[in-house]
Design a protein around this ligand. Structure first.
Ligand SMILES: Cc1cc2nc3c(=O)[nH]c(=O)nc-3n(C[C@H](O)[C@H](O)[C@H](O)COP(=O)(O)O)c2cc1C
Length: 305
């Protein structure tokens, strides 16, 4: 998730949530290939056995080909192609959800990534399983799941993950899981696996959805904010939340030693919930610039609990 799933976030999620797969923030293939320094930082990663997938966005198949090579060079386990982002800046470039209305380019991109993975495996002598996946939505203005997913299946990506909203819905309303049911039915006899996505709040609900729609898996986005335990059955105590919040800050400082903590503030606020005066503490955390300030707020709060 853009602005969220950076290397420290993935580290914390991995350690405390133990999900099966982690995804990077979406990264511009053009920015990556043209060498924008800020982009390299998005592909930083921690050492882990957990499958970690580089997500890319753009609209140029050639850049996707090259980005797939970079992903393999950096040791990622797969490339995920964003075909769902509704943000204006991405959409107007013909990327993200704009690919839903341009299936011929979408298919060229998938084929380019497949070739990049094939060539990269040879070049870097990799023989483990590397996936090519697509993360998309159910349609543009209205759900058009059958038609859109049929296009994608023509070029056989390994996985299609469907966020059960249209481009027009952005993040509003509820995810329409019946559309995921339609896609699952369509994909039943194909080699492509399906992941569902949208509004999952906990592990039990994830398992229910997988069973109900016969899916290979689900992705959890917002439910994981300040909550790596969402992938487990654990309900953390307030103390545990604070411990992990602090561990997250330390990891952030390790990865980005020259960046102050202000861009971590939103994460800090997400950890703080479900105890009296949580809102006040969140406000205080929204002002911090360094770990010392965070520690002071935590120790003061723990004394009042
Ligand atoms: C702040 C934010 C950033 C996101 N960035 C990305 C992204 O970079 N790539 C992507 O595929 N989806 C992105 N999404 C969409 C989520 O991955 C997910 O599809 C959506 O939030 C619905 O799932 P959820 O209800 O589990 O959050 C983002 C969502 C949010 C709220």
């Amino acid at each position: 998730m853009d602005g969220i799933t950076d290397a420290p976030f993935r580290y914390i999620t991995d350690i405390y949530g133990k999900p099966d797969i982690l995804y990077t923030e979406f990264t511009s293939v053009k920015g990556l290939i043209l060498g924008k320094p800020a982009i390299q930082r998005m592909l930083l990663r921690h050492k882990t056995e957990t499958r970690t997938i580089a997500q890319f966005f753009g609209c140029e198949p050639e850049y996707f080909y090259q980005a797939a090579l970079v992903a393999l060079e950096k040791g990622f386990d797969g490339v995920d192609i964003n075909m769902g982002c509704p943000d204006k800046s991405v959409f107007h470039r013909g990327a993200g959800a704009a690919l839903i209305i341009n299936p011929s380019v979408a298919k060229k991109i998938i084929l380019a990534v497949k070739k990049g993975i094939k060539d990269g495996k040879e070049k870097y002598k990799i023989d483990r399983y590397i996936t090519v996946s697509v993360k998309t939505r159910t349609g543009y203005r209205e759900p058009q799941t059958k038609e859109w997913i049929s296009h994608l299946l023509e070029v056989e990506p390994d996985v299609i993950c469907i966020h059960a909203r249209t481009f027009a819905q952005k993040y509003s309303g509820l995810a329409d899981w019946t559309q995921i049911g339609i896609a699952a039915e369509l994909m039943k006899n194909s080699k492509t696996k399906i992941f569902g996505n949208g509004d999952i709040k906990n592990r039990a609900q994830a398992l229910e959805r997988i069973k109900e729609y016969d899916l290979a898996g689900v992705l959890i986005g917002r439910g994981a904010l300040g909550n790596p335990w969402v992938f487990t059955d654990k309900i953390p105590t307030t103390e545990e939340r604070f411990q992990v919040l602090l561990a997250h800050c330390k990891k952030f400082a390790e990865f980005f030693p020259t960046t102050d903590l202000s861009i971590m503030r939103k994460h800090l606020a997400w950890y703080v919930k479900d105890f009296p005066h949580a809102a006040e503490i969140r406000n205080e955390l929204m002002q911090v610039n360094n770990i010392e300030e965070v520690k002071k707020i935590i120790s003061k709060t723990l004394k009042t609990l």
